[in-house]
Design a protein around this ligand. Sequence first.
Ligand code: PMP
Length: 444
Amino acid sequence: TALVGATPPADNHSAFLRAQDAIPGGVNSPVRAYGSVGGDPRFLTSARGPYVTDVAGREYVDLVGSWGPALLGHAHPEVVAAVQEAASRGLSFGAPTIGEVELAEEIRRRVPAAEHVRLVSTGTEATMTAVRLARGVTGRPLVVKFAGCYHGHVDALLAEAGSGVATLAMPGSAGVTEAAAAETLVLPYNDLDAVEAVFAAHGDRIAAVITESAPANMGVVPPAPGFNAGLRRLTSQHGALLVLDEVLTGFRVSDAGYWGLARAQGEDWTPDLFTFGKVVGGGMPVAALAGAASVMDHLAPTGPVYQAGTLSGNPVAVAAGLATLRLADDLVYDRVSEVAGTVSTALEEALDAEGVPHRVQRVGSLFSVFFGEAAARDGVASFADARAQDVFRHRPFFHAMLDAGVNLPPSLFEAWFCSAAHDEEAVGRILEALPAAARAAAAA
Ligand code: PMP
């Protein structure tokens, strides 16, 4: 009997046709489709270190990094060994394990304000539970989010969302009821006056403000100085919770995420709840909701807010997350930052050389490029700014990089993901590809 998938199609185009016949749009997550750049998404067969290989046998330097988890690069041998060892002891128990406790303790060691930790399988589950918990704790209905921030595909959080929702230029999602939409208040990012006004109008009905610690789903848009601290002040004044979504930034931009980076730079604010994902699972399905014990303990079985999961804290997935965090030491964070610095500087130089107006924005090791005069002149502080860029330059830029063997996120509304496995050879291949891509962007 033939093994499933033993004879994969040898080119991406036939793979994509076959996929579209079986799967909506041929992909299991919209961001994987080449929606805004056109062409066939690369169907991958393997990934190792800084490289991925497609069904045609072509290797690319990867700057997608599984959309964030691959901090150490793909298939780090020690992570793979930990997964194999865990798998050999059983795939899922539906009972507590010491590994889950160790992962919760490791998260708390890095982020002391994460006093209690509940493991889930996806970032979406973490933010969904954060919203329910905030409503359960406060007894209030409303949630404030910011345009351009993406928090997973939670009904309450899809309005004016970033990531794939932005790439597809959708205002939100069909299937979200008017009632659910009415309980979400969407404000412009980096606009503390708007937050103040919304609290003045609805303060006693707002359960929580949720924000990306440093948004990276509308491209990378750093918080203005004092913005996160201002959110903390206003939520505290009005008895609402502050939920800091670090699914993307957590354990990536520093050993303690964006919150740790901000504290190292002298900021002094702490959210009630954190959400983590991506790096915390090391490429396997682990995410987490964490925060003040007094809030977290409202979750069942200690409290009245229900949340559960057959595969929550899955032992194989937890092994990948633990191994990844244990390997993610200062050297790893230094290397990822160094790679981000080298690549982002070369990107700016290549675009400057071709006279392409642009702005590269960076938060720690996360960066992205915005095309256009306005972005170049004023920077990008909000979703409105991000959407106003010269989007048409991205398609030729992206494909020139892909032709040269560099796999970028196929959207301007995403960050470039570097890893500690991007060595001189891999970085060199990215730098070599940039001038021709900049020329293609200039000609657009
Ligand atoms: N929050 C943020 C900030 C994210 O970047 C993402 C995923 N890109 C999510 C939540 C949702 O995570 P998941 O895709 O694992 O559901």
